[in-house]
Design a protein around this ligand. Structure first.
Ligand code: PLP
Length: 441
């Protein structure tokens, strides 16, 4: 008998007791290789001494001081670091406690920006089907994750949602990747023409779609066209890098590889690496300045924004990325993992696609490789369980084909993986897949 309001009260959750490097341990003494950082969170693995030291030091100095009264050194340093990584020295950074809060904050920044610019009707946030931006009602309104929206439809805003850029399923056979990227981006222009640029404040997209589709980056050129369309119609571009950012894609921001810069970018999970709950919105200085000039301040706030201990932990995570040259390791391990997955499962009758960027990788499972007939969604939880039985943590999901049908496995291992860890992951994943009847599950 427990008093915890569990995610799923019908499910048995072993008690995690310890983490060390790429492994987690439970109370029964089982050891699990972390193959997904939980939900793409634990980028440095578990128990990293530099992060523990930074947190201990900060808690002893100053754990927290409310930002209505004070600023604090960790948030100042971290904001400067993120502005520099974003590529604009004057960019402004708003710290929150997670990904949903970050996107909710971005949506409200957009609203206040357009009010400041004298365009009060630009209230809609356009987004993509099969994407996820968070569970709070604003962020969920902009999300296309069918399952997570389901029960809450009547509470959500009816904002335009376009098809995602999803080459495996949507690129035509006679189409180059570039042509497909342009066609997929044009769906945004169509939506703008339909709903009116004077009513759309921003377009939000995951640079690499994470949990909903299983690690799907834009096709070549896609985000350059999106940037161009947003600019031509005076619509802000928000990139949600809650999952793909903070190094996971192999560059600090995933958008660096798309040759563009969004007006607002949100990050969370890997920012604190699970050592502290923290998220952030990085905003172009012009957005901040318009708001401040018109209103004096941004009408927003949470009790824990700019939390000193959370910012100190995130600053230490950022330092470790640089000191241990982990972005290089992300790229090295990514190449090994993709090659290993293709070797091990490339001919598997139920593996349709292996894809992703950096250490955000997806395996799309299918019922039929030739027709790409979707896998039954019910296999996702079975694979998760089978993997845990084999001592492996992975993040399977469902709905990858059309929002409801289909299943995939998301892999997002810590950046500190060695080649041996890659071999162990692939071996355990193979054993887990063999435990599940993919043909009739
Ligand atoms: N955006 C993306 C892309 C995510 O993957 C998630 C969480 O999975 C969120 C937003 C919401 O973040 P959080 O769960 O920290 O509120």
């Amino acid at each position: 008998m427990s008093n915890v309001f569990y995610r799923d009260p019908r499910h048995y959750y072993p008690q995690a007791t310890r983490g060390e490097g790429v492994y987690l341990y439970d109370a029964a003494g089982h050891r699990y290789l972390d193959g997904s950082g939980g939900a793409a969170v634990s980028c440095l693995g578990h128990g990293h001494p530099a992060i523990i030291r930074a947190i201990q030091h900060q808690v002893a100095e100053l754990a927290y001081a409310h930002t209505a009264f004070f600023t604090n050194a960790p948030q100042e340093k971290l904001a400067a670091r993120l502005a520099q990584r974003y590529g604009e020295d004057d960019a402004k950074v708003y710290f929150v406690s997670g990904g949903s809060e970050a996107n909710e904050t971005a949506i409200k920044l957009v609203r206040q920006y357009w009010l400041a610019r004298g365009k009060p009707d630009k209230t809609m946030i356009a987004s993509r089907l099969y994407s996820y931006h968070g569970n709070t009602l604003g962020a969920l309104s902009a999300s296309g994750n069918v399952g997570r929206r389901g029960l809450f439809g009547p509470l959500l805003h009816d904002w335009p949602r376009i098809e995602p850029c999803y080459a495996y399923r949507h690129r035509r056979e006679n189409e180059t990747e570039e042509d497909y990227g342009r066609r997929a981006a044009n769906a945004l222009e169509d939506a703008i023409l339909e709903h009116g640029a004077d009513r759309i404040g921003a377009f939000i997209a995951e640079t690499v779609v994470g949990a909903t589709l299983g690690a799907v980056p834009g096709a070549a050129g896609y985000f350059r066209h999106i940037r161009d369309i947003c600019d031509r119609h005076d619509i802000l571009l928000i990139l949600d890098e809650v999952m793909a950012g903070a190094g996971r894609a192999g560059t600090y921001f995933a958008f660096e590889q798309d040759g563009i810069r969004p007006d607002l970018v949100t990050i969370a999970k890997g920012l604190g690496g699970g050592y502290q709950p923290i998220g952030a919105v990085v905003a172009q200085s012009a957005i901040h300045d318009e708001i401040v000039e018109a209103f004096g301040h941004f009408e927003h706030g949470h009790t824990y924004i700019g939390h000193a201990t959370a910012c100190a932990a995130a600053m230490a995570v950022s330092d470790v990325l640089d000191d241990e040259e982990l972005l290089t390791n992300v790229q090295r391990i990514s190449a090994l993992l993709v090659e290993g997955l293709k070797d091990a499962f490339g001919e598997h009758p139920n593996v349709g696609d292996v894809r992703g960027r950096g250490l955000l990788l997806g395996i799309e499972l299918v019922a039929d490789r030739a027709t790409k007939g979707p896998m039954r969604p019910a296999v996702a939880p079975l694979i998760k369980e089978a993997a845990m039985t084999e001592g492996l943590i992975i993040y399977p999901g469902s709905g990858s084909a059309d929002g409801t049908a289909g299943a995939h496995i998301l892999l997002a291992p810590p950046f500190i993986y060695s080649p041996d860890n890659v071999d162990e992951l692939i071996e355990k994943l193979g054993r887990a897949l063999a435990r599940v009847d993919l043909g009739s599950a």
